[in-house]
Write a protein that binds this ligand. Structure first.
Ligand SMILES: Cc1cc2nc3c(=O)[nH]c(=O)nc-3n(C[C@H](O)[C@H](O)[C@H](O)COP(=O)(O)O)c2cc1C
Length: 308
């Protein structure tokens, strides 16, 4: 079974990556699964300075999802590079570093610090407030995304993917990212959501609202992948609520080249391995020998239907 995929210039042995922030830096997960067997690993979000994140409670469960407001806790790029990245690179699978900042300069400083490291590329998390624009999220501001990607492209020629928020002017932001030189889009981050603590008449999370992930969001993000592929025909990494091989193949059929598994890893550390096995099994059931046969398959049907 040929599970290899190509996303712009990036070759992966299979389409299953781990999503940013849902597996730490692998400190514990490495004891459960062979991280090197996965298609790739996306690091926790890295900023220039260390960040403590939000105070607890930072997680609330919903019937088929999880609301989080971790607040992008991380050790900062210098400690990441010195103490964490070397082990990640030893896992023999492509590492994408997820980076973020509160202004363009901060994003660029993180990328500068890492540009000579043998990582497979950068994933830009634009779902964070741009202080220079009064806290308006980068991901809601196509102009800011255009400037960010263009400035990064002046000194970084490696693989670059922009991770979109699922709400806001998503198509305009996607267009800005691709036109400015991003190779691909990760679709998508979490959905704005609220959990309530009725007893104390307040939000359940200390920060107030958070981001919803897990199976609840799968049909919503699938639709975004489907529509974004139709619009741009650009490489997409699908991410949202994947818990089975079938979920992953649905994303691929809608136009994703590869997928990221997030909350499912928190549910059971062996889930990424199981999802990868199920992809091969499902493909066999569908009588396919390579994953690329399913790529954007829904759109082919679309065209046939239209031609009738
Ligand atoms: C606890 C937690 C922490 C996360 N941290 C990050 C992060 O640091 N950077 C980022 O781009 N996305 C982060 N995300 C979003 C995930 O990478 C992913 O986009 C989202 O959870 C949807 O996928 P899923 O439904 O498979 O979890 C986080 C999600 C969770 C649940």
């Amino acid at each position: 079974m040929d599970l290899s995929v190509q996303i712009g210039p990036l070759m992966l042995k299979n389409p299953v990556l781990l999503a940013s922030g849902t597996w730490g830096f692998g400190e514990k997960l490495k004891n459960y699964i062979n991280l090197g067997s996965l298609g790739g690993l996306v690091s926790k979000g890295i900023s220039f300075e260390p960040r403590e994140g939000n105070p607890p409670p930072r997680l609330a469960e919903t019937p088929c999802g999880l609301i989080n407001a971790i607040g992008l806790e991380n050790p900062g790029v210098k400690a990441f590079k010195k103490y964490i990245l070397p082990e990640m690179l030893s896992w023999q699978t492509p590492i994408l570093v997820n980076i973020f900042g509160e202004n363009i300069e901060e994003f660029l400083k993180v990328a500068e610090e890492l540009k000579h490291e043998p990582v497979a590329g950068f994933e830009l998390n634009v779902s964070c407030p741009n202080v220079a624009k009064g806290g308006l999220s980068f991901g809601h501001d196509p102009e800011a995304v255009k400037n960010l990607v263009s400035e990064l492209r002046l000194f970084y020629k490696g693989f670059l993917v922009v991770k979109l928020p699922p709400v806001g002017p998503v198509f305009k932001v996607a267009e800005a990212a691709l036109n400015a030189g991003a190779h691909a889009l990760t679709v998508a981050n979490t959905y704005p959501a609220l959990a309530v603590d009725l007893l104390h008449r307040k939000p359940a999370l200390a920060r107030g609202s958070g981001g919803l992930s897990g199976p609840a969001i799968k049909p919503l993000t699938l639709k975004l992948v489907y529509d974004l592929y139709r619009q741009f025909k650009a490489p997409i990494i699908g991410c949202g609520g994947i818990v089975s091989g079938k979920d992953a193949l649905e994303y691929i059929a809608c136009g994703a080249k590869a997928v990221q598994v997030g909350t499912a890893t928190l549910l059971d550390p062996e889930n990424p391995k199981r999802i990868l096995q199920e992809i091969a099994e499902e493909l066999q059931k569908l009588q396919e020998t390579k994953i690329s046969s399913l790529y954007a398959a829904l759109h082919l049907t679309d065209n046939k239907d239209k031609a009738k």
